[in-house]
Design a protein around this ligand. Sequence first.
Ligand code: G3P
Length: 215
Amino acid sequence: MIFVNFKTYQSGTGEKAVALAKICQKVAKKAKIAVIPVVQAVDLFRLTSQGLAVWAQHVDDIDFGPNTGQILPQAVVEAGAKGTLLNHSENQLPLEMIKEIIKKCQLLKLKTLVCADNLEEAKAIVKARPDFLVYEPPEFIGSQTASVATAKPEVIKDFVKEIKNVSVLVGAGIHSQKDVKIAIKLGAKGILVSSDVVLAKNPEKELLDLAGGFR
Ligand code: G3P
């Protein structure tokens, strides 16, 4: 599976997010693998109301009540999201809060993809049983030269060996079919990618190339 994090890139916002999500859907059909757009909360309903399956980038540890400006998990579910990303290095959360949010999401049947930038943090997070755990070393985010796959193969091996009962994905600097092939060969179940696709001149061609890494 490929999660595509639209972040707040202009090419992943508003009507452009719709166009990019449709490309993800098209490539998923062609490549016969899951390609999941991870979009801003404000764009969720714009996409789901057009029949596009998308995930949120974050939800807060809150319930109905006076929480101005925060992202309510129940509202994300009502907007039609299938799941949410949590603890991205650009929006990190304390461990206890991650665990509370995972519990809330489980009750709401909202799937969770939780980021960790080291094995110790990952081991603590998986005790709360997220659906997916993604190893993402921040130093390679946005890199077009090095990636988690080429720079951290040993750490990926350790994650796959030590993280049981939760699918391990990897992300950061993924920018070629070779990166995907290395990650899958090391035992990762999928990737989390952003700039290589969202900022690409031809996102469809780029996504198809990455999808080829699963064959
Ligand atoms: O969430 C994915 C992201 O942080 C990785 O970014 O641009 O290196 O694929 P990028």
